[in-house]
Design a protein around this ligand. Sequence first.
Ligand SMILES: Nc1ncnc2c1ncn2[C@@H]1O[C@H](COP(=O)(O)OP(=O)(O)OP(=O)(O)O)[C@@H](O)[C@H]1O
Ligand SMILES: O=P(O)(O)OC[C@H]1O[C@H](OP(=O)(O)OP(=O)(O)O)[C@H](O)[C@@H]1O
Ligand SMILES: [Mg+2]
Length: 418
Amino acid sequence: MQLLASLTKCSTLGLIQISTELNINNPLASLFPRSGTARLQLSSNQKEGGTPYKLRCQVTVPTAVPQPHAPSGGRSNQFADRKVIRLALPSKGRMAEGTINLLKECQLSVHKPNPRQYTADIPELDNLEVWFQRESDVVRKLLSGDVDLGIVGYDIVAEYGQDDGDLIIIHDALGFGECHLSLGIPTYGIFENVSSVAELAAMPQWTADHPLRIVTGFTYLGNRFLKNKGLKHAQLSTADGALEAAPAMGTADAILDLVSSGTTLKENNLKEIDGGRLISSQAVFVASKRALLERKGVLDIAHEMLERLEAHLRARNQFLVTGNMRGDSPAEIAERILTKTHFPGLQGPTISPVYTSKTGIAKVDYYAVALCIRKNDLYDAVRELRAIGGSGVLVSPLTYIFEEEPRRWRELLQNLEL
Ligand SMILES: Nc1ncnc2c1ncn2[C@@H]1O[C@H](COP(=O)(O)OP(=O)(O)OP(=O)(O)O)[C@@H](O)[C@H]1O
Ligand SMILES: O=P(O)(O)OC[C@H]1O[C@H](OP(=O)(O)OP(=O)(O)O)[C@H](O)[C@@H]1O
Ligand SMILES: [Mg+2]
């Protein structure tokens, strides 16, 4: 980054708007927030009755730095002074409940003394504060250095993070909040036979004077989409909710919004078209790269949370199935399972002897077999086990499956060049 400043006379002290990646070696860096508004104190001239000065800054901004949604707080001093680690979670909406539930299932219950309080803690994790924030603010505060870790929808990371290299997604599939961001156009009128973005772009109706009007809450992703798809005569407007009403109301021609079941689109006579899907989204675990590298303890907490999340999400769709099976040896039972069923277990079936003693002498006629079975496959697995002599089948839920080091942890270390 380059920061050039010069002083010129003007009538009032002004506010300057800055949005830039500050070079922390630059002595001017501490004067300015990473982005936002900075007030300049040039009071001595005013006291002497002189004309105040305005600082004119010429700032070269790297393209990856977020501008429209840029955070307003500085990060340099506060970042270094803070010792406690901060995790930001959604304060409301459908992601809030899903986040709390998932953490609870991982034995990371969030302890919130009262519902209107925005801070909480997770007793299992030392030196960690939980802060409840609107989702967009979770991302903004990661970027400004006010929080270190967060759980939010990927759509919000993409829109408000705007490809900032400081955001690292540690777990990209937490298994709730699944939806996609898509263009929706009417099923009727001039759009009736339009079934792709290419056809939409080629419609003669859109001109510089009468562009295709699209309403959205995702302007960053929306503008990138328009550019990528060559939708030259199109213009975005914003609204906070109920976007699907806009075409029928006549306030927009199309919408760019989240779709999950597709019911809202359908009920409002709108449709998706080929090439009109921007991103798929679900809840993600995200961190500030700088916090992971520079704040003591953040990487350890991220590691523990990731291990628990990975192990729990892996276990969530599986049952532990055990059954007894008559046989001559563990190898013979293993062969029966491996050749005659579709359920080999994680690495292979676990087989242990069952000792019976009718005559006072321990004897092995049966073996206990333990298998992890996908929930959807349960009944097929029970049938197959019975068919090869299994009996007394017990089914229990699984909380965790800890494998060797999680793949995502290795990827994170690689990403951090550690
Ligand atoms: N229909 C949906 N199904 C599943 N997840 C969704 C759906 N709509 C949104 N999401 C996910 O949930 C997040 C929050 O959406 P939500 O609707 O709760 O908040 P909001 O739209 O910001 O607020 P509100 O709807 O209360 O005005 C989205 O950013 C997205 O990740
Ligand atoms: O495909 P579906 O399952 O129908 O879900 C999609 C709808 O859900 C969200 O709206 P939300 O319920 O949050 O209302 P909002 O528009 O007021 O935010 C989203 O903005 C869509 O309108
Ligand atoms: Mg909503």
